[in-house]
Design a protein. Structure first.
Length: 424
């Protein structure tokens, strides 16, 4: 057995065992604390809501177990099981240019994997989400979304793959640098066009109507020196009862978006606090830092691929007898997450630090109590657990655990003041 094969199998085994152990910890921790609302939330969340969140998380973890095993099985089949090698030989029988044959191979693997994972997605949407009152999509809309996603994958993915594979075939030893530049250009283009061209294909975005709330928000934007293309309400409720808020785009094309489910539940103070938090990411340059980190990591990734593409052992160790640009790219995309999964806690640490910084900005602009109230409503409406296992949260969660985050915000409330208590 080749050394890299052994490393690959070991990384998969360690990763799966680690995930199963973390899931078990989360299941046990949430179940243990199901019977009582944490004291910090006792006046804001009912026991029924707390138990719904616990049951929802545990049900999602059960689905997660199945998804983990299916994903691992597919990965092993495509690589060491010879699935990619089989498809590659089939595509070689077609008299097409190697670049187009490579595109066909990559899309074939992606399509088969998506079809095999589809039943779990259907169960998650129409059974689990429906059971807890979150699903609002219909079978027709679900199918329409799938077809639209497939169409976009073809329209956007084929030109990108063609450019990268063409460079791999024709641009010499430094192809990876040019391919990285193409990739970064594509990513920046997607950030630019997503708010105005792609997102509206799936959802309706209605400008926030004129009135006191819009004037209040515009005042906040002016104080923060933030310019955007507008404030929009997205009809997220047509698919799900979950709520959220975000801003997207860059430059003069930035948009602020509130899910309609969230906008309906928050008052003016809370809306301002949530927006101030999102603006905090902008003011603290978190988006720019994330982009720069992604740029550096993708450059390292393409450099590594540039070396691996010429190494026969890389193909052989992953169950492929042939050697081509498309095979190298496909194997790299499948194998890389097996090793980078162990970096998740480090990325989570950085993300949670940014969330704390954005919360502090929100407190300075809108106060701590409105932010706490808004977060509690988010936790409640999304059935987010208030009692996550610390280790599971450290590995998976990009946001601080609810008790930690609320405690951090509560510490910002001036001594002697009387915090508002939301009625439930």
């Amino acid at each position: 057995m080749h050394l890299f094969t052994l490393l690959f199998i070991s990384a998969i085994a360690i990763g799966v065992l680690l995930q199963l152990w973390l899931m078990q910890r989360q299941q046990r921790h949430v179940a243990t604390h199901r019977a009582q609302v944490p004291s910090a939330f006792a006046d804001r969340v009912t026991l029924e809501e707390h138990q719904k969140a616990a049951d929802y998380i545990r049900a999602k973890l059960a689905i997660g177990h199945i998804g983990l095993l299916i994903g691992t099985g597919l990965l092993l089949y495509w690589t060491l099981g010879g699935g990619i090698d089989l498809l590659h030989r089939q595509w070689q029988q077609w008299p097409v240019d190697p670049v187009w044959g490579g595109i066909g191979l990559i899309f074939s693997v992606s399509l088969v994997s998506a079809l095999l994972e589809l039943p779990l997605g259907i169960w998650n949407t129409f059974v689990l989400e429906t059971r807890f009152g979150f699903n609002r999509t219909t079978p027709r809309r679900f199918i329409t979304d799938l077809l639209l996603q497939l169409l976009l994958a073809l329209l956007l993915g084929i030109p990108l793959l063609w450019a990268i594979l063409w460079l791999m075939e024709r641009a010499g030893d430094s192809w990876w640098l040019a391919a990285w530049a193409v990739w970064m250009g594509f990513m920046l283009l997607m950030i630019w066009v997503y708010p105005t061209l792609i997102a509206p294909l799936f959802n309706k975005f209605t400008p926030l109507e004129e009135g006191p709330l819009k004037q209040r928000i515009q005042g906040l934007l002016e104080r923060c020196g933030f310019t955007s293309k507008g404030i929009f309400i997205m009809d997220g409720s047509k698919r799900s009862g979950h709520g959220n808020a975000y801003f997207t785009g860059f430059g003069k094309h930035k948009r602020i978006v509130f899910f309609d489910t969230l906008a309906e539940s928050l008052d003016g103070d809370e809306m301002e606090a949530v927006l101030a938090h999102e603006l905090g990411h902008f003011k603290r340059r978190h988006i720019l830092k994330h982009l720069l980190l992604s740029t550096a990591m993708s450059l390292l990734g393409f450099a590594l691929l540039g070396w691996l593409v010429g190494q026969p052992w890389f193909y052989q160790a992953l169950g492929v007898s042939g050697q081509s640009s498309a095979l190298a790219l496909l194997l790299f995309m499948l194998a890389l997450p097996v090793f980078t999964q162990f970096l998740h806690p480090l990325m989570a640490i950085l993300s949670r630090r940014h969330e704390f910084e954005a919360d502090e900005f929100a407190v300075a602009q809108a106060g701590a109590e409105p932010m706490i109230r808004a977060l509690v409503k988010l936790y409640r409406e999304n059935a987010s657990t208030l009692t996550p296992d610390p280790l599971y949260s450290a590995f998976h969660d990009s946001h601080p655990p609810a008790p930690v985050r609320v405690a951090h915000l509560s510490a910002k409330i001036p001594p002697g003041s009387t915090p508002d208590k939301e009625t439930t």
